[in-house]
Design a protein. Structure first.
Length: 87
């Protein structure tokens, strides 16, 4: 179970950092991180980090899929983690 916690911490930090990098690149008109990559990292367990990154950097907040999709995915991930650790 400890390995799962370490994995979740790393993937959520990665998602948070990627949102920050993409926001900085958006401001500077530089090459961006694709939405597909952001969603992939969120889907494999980084949804909470991506959601916190979206809110704190105010990035992708106008995109319906990010605004509501990340919230739903984070809720699903929280419920899955709760289920795994209480079983």
């Amino acid at each position: 179970m400890e390995v799962l916690w370490i994995y979740l911490i790393i993937v959520n930090l990665l998602a948070y950092i990627l949102m920050g990098i993409d926001k900085k690149r958006a401001r500077n008109n530089q090459w961006r991180i694709s939405e597909k990559t952001l969603w992939l990292v969120a889907f494999v367990g980084g949804s909470f980090g991506a959601l916190i990154g979206m809110i704190s950097y105010r990035h992708k907040t106008k995109h319906f899929s990010f605004k509501y999709g990340l919230r739903l995915l984070a809720l699903i991930h929280i419920l899955l983690v709760y289920y795994v650790f209480t079983k």
